[in-house]
Design a protein around this ligand. Sequence first.
Ligand code: ACM
Length: 762
Amino acid sequence: MKLIISLLISVGCFAQNTLSIIPKPQSIDIGKGKFSIDENTQIAVSSDNTEATAVAEQLAIRLKIIKNRPIEIVSANSGNNKILFLKNSKIAKEGYELRVSNKNITIEASNPVGHFYGLQTLLQLLPSEIFGASIQPNLNLSIPACTIKDEPRFEYRGIMLDLGRHFFSIEFLKKMVDVMAINKMNTFHIHLTEDQGWRIEIKKYPKLTEIGSIRKESMVGHYRDQKYDGTPYGGFYTQDQMRDLVAYAQRKFITIVPEIEMPGHALAALASYPELGCTGEQFEVGTKWGVEPRVFCPNEKTFSFLEDVLTEIMDIFPSQYIHIGGDECPKEAWKKSDFCQNLMKKEGLKDEHELQSYFIRRIDQFVSSKGRKIIGWDEILEGGLSPNATVMSWRGVEGGIAAAKQKHDVIMSPNSHMYLDYYQANPSTEPLAIGGLLPIEKTYSFEPFSPELTTEEAKYIKGVQANLWTEYVATPEYAEYMLFPRAIATAEIGWSDKTKDFEDFSNRLMQHFKRLDQMAVNYSKAFYNVSFTTEKNSLNQPVLSMSSNDKNGVIRYTIDGTMPNSKSFEYSPKNKITIGGDRNISAALFSKEGNMISTISSKSYTISKSTGKSYSLGTEPKKYFGGEKMALTNGIRGDENSNDPWVGFNGGNLDFTLDFGQKTSFSNVSIGFLGAATAWIMPPKSLEIFTSDDNKTFKSIKKMDLGLSTKNESFVQQLNISVGTANAKYLKIVAENYGKLPIGHPGQGSPSWLFVDEISVK
Ligand code: ACM
């Protein structure tokens, strides 16, 4: 009996280890037995495979730390108690086959990169301590017998870090390379130039770093606050430092792709060399986040400057891709410039988009003439795509689809799934971020192939990338918090097969967290957060259930808006919570010992005479954010920090008729509107309330011109409207859409969105 139990434990333990490989390999067969690395284990490279020696050495160094003994690399094609790096030219470029038996371990690949990835998988089969800096020499290094055959789905698997808004040390960049490598990512795109800072030494233009790398102050708090810290901020990398980073990353098969932004996001360069702008004015390095109207002028001085800069950049960075930005370039400066208007006439360019295309085309010609390839954000499609350009699709996937249809290579990096500067959990419980909401489940759900593409077109989708813009990310700890674990979901999308099971990924991720702990990575715990599902019972009351990705923890909650702690109510799936009155539920996951593991999740409920009642809408909404059609009376109040569960009308009015089912008396109507002018969401202009007993003739009981605020940032305007004493079977509410977006708004003249939730009646 004892034997059976210990066998079960060891099998269970191995199964868990095996399952915790991220990214998930293409195939895993579990064998019988195990291999244990001991004092006598040798690392061997076959005689035809000496180019894999540098990879084998990386394993030797790891094992040296543990076993505290020199581990030599021998030459052998087979043998017992060996970890053998063997050549197999039939295996795809980045693929590998890993075989673990009682006798030995073999890693076969056609290239060193495949051996490196085989090694990463092997390390993930060992205890998580293998990833630590200091390791107990008696650590048990047993590996379950198995055969793993693996290769990536996509050739480009990347992360972008914005070094312009904030500067991060080379040590930190190396740490990011280390973390990327263990998940088989192969591209680190560094955004080196911005309005708020130029971060790379260019020998021919020293003022770029003398002047352009320092801004006189930075924004504090949210953009809407328009506050500044009054403290100069700067930093740049020398070319030698960057060469050192490139070499470090090369050893881990990661390509550093540099980005030199043009023609927009160039204020730091213009502050250093004013002749590169359209007016020649002297500017200061940017201090305010956002889209900057002062951009490079497409004159010959600018082109010589950029060619010189790119020449030095290509000398530092051997990467095939050179990123040239291309996003968010307002055209006002070019519209006002006689030079630009004349150039457009001379070149037969019909508008400023074609002028931007002309700009990118010239840079493309230059970069291509040096044997490299430009990559740019999806705005480079506007005005015509340059012949050799690869498109990085960020404003959704549409740009990527359009580029693939034009037979151009594409990296999918849509802000809907890959913008890691967005909040990963309820913003009220998170550090300040730019906005949006992107939980890891959503990142993980991304599928790079769009159904709009034919099989032939889909071949142009070369991979995926997660982006971290750093306006609000000033420290390495916070950068790690935003990147991880969401970037690990990106790694799996880039490598593993299409069928994705988030629960399976979650189980592996919880094991992977132990590796990140060993590497001292400050990953976010939002993965453990409690999520809510609301159904309704026969009395139309909301019934709430809660869950977490970690089934071993204890969910604790409060119902009065206070923070949950280790003594709060314990949730059990057997006892779902019936919401009988207005409640602010806050919940978190706790360990058995009472430590809070997650951050806090919350939801507001409003229970009234309308809750659960059916209604009709005169105008169909454009979108049910949160997905639920009965969202206006489901008892759940729209949350200013997420899209859930707002009902959105694009240009249309709210025309809502509630059926109480029987004559009902009431004196108060409450209704919430979301305002967020930057997202084109405006409050209604006016509101009218009617009653009816037959749903045909309606009596107006209240009419109001609202004059609500049109602030930029997301906020809820809750109207509590007293209607005297009303008694009716039907209640109708018409809220008039704000209309076209006003002059001065970036979307001037386009229809505004009207966001409504929850309509409660008392
Ligand atoms: C971008 O986010 N402006 C590429």
